[in-house]
Design a binder for this molecule. Structure first.
Ligand SMILES: *Cc1c(COP(=O)(O)O)cnc(C)c1O
Length: 379
């Protein structure tokens, strides 16, 4: 039973493509109906936002939470909150979410890029010491694609840390939730994210002073200018309630896919005792071991209806060196930019049968790699 890969004309494993996201579940529909019936949805201030902020503070074990209009804005507010201003430097990984780099510029600060760890393509704390100078005001850390950055090693440098958890809500190091390690943590509630409201974000504060500064920055007089709405908070509350259960199911699905051990598809490895959360499941792709170029693997997977994508481009690649300072060589980040492939999360909740089909289909693409290569010669 070796089906013909869809890219070679066989039937796709998922004819309808990847599962839709966010799912329209009864608990979310009920929450919207309740907000409508209670009339709370039309107000400037209401009980849903307050309850969401309370529940997030409890779940992420931080004293203060402010919800806001996007994850990008949350990162900008967090950098302001820890005192970053024009002319300052912010250290971040050279393999990062592009908007985070641009947010540093939006503040008028200068990004300082450090290399990533080979095992999980996330910020490598051992590179930080050489990056920090008199202008450094903050370290911006994202946990990406199932990778977890060792936060104790980052905090040890004594520089204020902003921890971007847009891709890993629910992840933990030991028993402590990610998002609570820096002075400020951030979340995104964008439409593709694990906690989805179409748009939205949140700031998680450990640091009292940062909390007060962010509150001030997010107000023009009495006017809060970048808030989450009552309806957005209403749809997030039921998702947060079942969130830990969903994350356990996602992690179990990732284990099932990894158990197929397809050569060349190497799941990120975290050096520290941690519980990742999966918005994207990152793989370090080895085209030689797999027998296909990354581009052909992605095309073959998508032809099957599997939401596989290339990772980010490294921040320094194709950018003018005047826009950042490189703290040391960025070879691992460059390699990450060329080799990462990532699986989008919705299929992880689609049930064991779908997850097994993903694993078997990737293995089948591997077994047919030479036929696929021959059918699509490099031009
Ligand atoms: C999605 C994302 C953001 C931005 O969130 P938005 O709500 O889309 O603005 C920030 N950082 C990372 C790592 C993300 O994945």
């Amino acid at each position: 039973m070796n089906p013909i890969p869809a890219i070679l004309g066989g039937p796709p494993a998922f004819p309808d493509g990847p599962p839709p996201w966010p799912r329209s579940t009864d608990d979310v529909r009920d929450a919207v109906a309740r907000a409508m019936n209670e009339g709370t949805w039309g107000g400037y201030h209401g009980p849903h936002v307050e309850e969401l902020e309370r529940r997030l503070a409890a779940r992420f074990q931080v004293p203060h939470v402010i919800t806001c209009s996007s994850g990008t804005l949350a990162v900008e507010a967090a950098l302001h909150a820890v005192g970053v201003g024009p002319g300052d430097e912010v250290v971040l990984a050279a393999y990062e979410y592009d908007s985070n780099f641009l947010t540093v510029h939006a503040i008028g600060a200068r990004p300082v890029l450090v290399d990533v760890a080979a095992n999980n393509c996330n910020l490598d704390p051992s590179r930080l010491a050489g990056a920090i100078g008199p202008q450094t005001k903050a370290i911006l850390v994202s946990h990406l694609h199932g990778g977890i950055v060792p936060m104790d090693a980052v905090s040890a440098l004594g520089v204020p840390v902003v921890e971007d958890c847009a891709q890993c809500p629910g992840a933990a190091i030991g028993t402590k939730p990610c998002g609570g390690f820096g002075a400020v943590g951030t979340l995104s509630f964008g439409g593709s994210k694990l906690l989805a409201a179409g748009r939205g974000g949140a700031l998680l504060f450990h640091d009292e002073r940062a909390y007060r500064r962010a509150r001030l920055w997010l107000h023009r007089g009495v006017q809060a200018w970048a808030v989450l709405s009552e309806l957005q908070a209403a749809v997030l509350l039921p998702q947060l309630a079942r969130f830990d259960t969903d994350n356990l199911r996602r992690s179990d699905a990732v284990r099932r896919i990894a158990a197929e051990r397809v050569p060349g598809l190497n799941l990120f490895e975290n050096a520290i005792e941690s519980t990742p959360a999966y918005y994207k499941v990152g793989f370090r792709f080895d085209p030689i071991a797999f027998g296909l170029s990354r581009d052909l693997l992605l095309r073959a997977a998508r032809a099957e209806g599997i939401a596989f994508d290339a990772g980010f481009a490294a921040l320094h690649v194709g950018r003018s060196p005047s826009r950042y300072r490189a703290a040391g060589p960025l070879a691992e980040a460059a390699r990450a930019g060329e080799t990462i492939v990532k699986l989008h999360h919705p299929v992880l909740l689609a049930g064991n049968e779908s997850v097994e089909i993903v694993a078997r289909t990737l293995a089948n693409i591997y077994r047919n790699a030479s036929e696929i290569s021959a059918a699509f010669p490099p031009s």
